[in-house]
Design a protein around this ligand. Sequence first.
Ligand code: SF4
Length: 307
Amino acid sequence: MRILIQFPEGLKQKALEYAKSLEAKGDEVIISASPNFGACDLALDEARNLNVDKLIHYGHAEFNKVDFNVEYVPYEIDAPLDLLPKSLELLKDFKTIGLVTTVQHLHQLEAIKRFYESNGKTVLIGKPFGFAKHPGQILGCDIGSSSSVDSKVDAHVYFGGGIFHPLGAVLNTKKPFLAIEPFDNKVEFIDKLRETYQKRSKGKILSSLKASSFAIMVTTKNGQHNMRLAEILKKKIESDGLSAAIVVANTFDFDSLNNMMEFDAFVNTACPRIAIDDVDRLRKPLLSANELMQVLSMKKELTALQK
Ligand code: SF4
C-alpha cells in the first residue's frame, strides 16, 4: 500500500522510525514535512496529489469526518504524577474539582481522579462539545470538558504539558484554575490570564474602530475551514458601508499577511486560537468574529453620537 504519514511538530522526530516499520511490512511510505497543528489539519491535499491509498495521522484522535482513507494513531505519554501531592495542598480550600487533560494523558485520568478522591475531593469529569472525543479531554478549540462542569465545581485542574490547552479553558470558565505541568515541574493557578486576555481583546477592539477595510481569513484545513462564516461576515461588513475581502491560505504566513498593507484589520475564521495566540505576529489588529461584531456595533454608536 502507498501511504502518506503525518506527525504533529512534537512527534516529527519519530517519522523515520515509523516509516521504516511500515516499509518493513511492505508498504511504500512518504513522510509529510508540512507543519501540523492537529487532526483539524490533515495533509489531504498532499495525499490526493500523491495519489496515496491511505493517510496515517499520528498523535491525535479524529476531529471531523473527511472523505479520505485516514487512520488515526494516538500517542500516549506517561507523565510523572509526583506533583499531585503539591496540587492537593493548593486545592485545600476546594471540595469539588473538575479534571481535564489532553489526549496524550487520557489514560492517566482515572489514576489522577482516584488520587484526589482518596484525599477527600469530589471529582467531576465533563464532556467535550464534539471536536474532542473523550470525557475529560480538552483541545485548544474544545473546552467543553471544563465549561460543562464550571457551575458545579469549586475549582478546575488541568494535567498536561504547556499552556496552550488550558488557556482556552481558563478563558471560558469562571472558577479558580490550577495547571499541573508535569514536564516543567510546575503547578500553579493560572486564572490571572483571564484578565490579561480580556485587556488584550479590548485593546484590539479599540484599535480597530478606525478600520475601514477588513481581510477575512479562511483556511483550507479540513477541520478549520469556514467559508460560510467568512461570507456572512463579509456581507455584514459591506452592509455597514465598509470594505472587506476574503483571503485564503492553508497555513497563514504572518509575513505575507503583513505585506497586505491595504487592510486595516484582519478577522480570523480558522482555528479560533489564532485570534488569541498570534495577535502579536501581525502589525494590524487580528480579530475574532465576535470581536468584529463588537467593533461594528461600537462604530455605529460612535457615528450616531457624531451626528
Ligand atoms: S485548537 Fe486549533 S489547531 Fe488545535 S485542534 Fe482546534 S482548530 Fe486545530
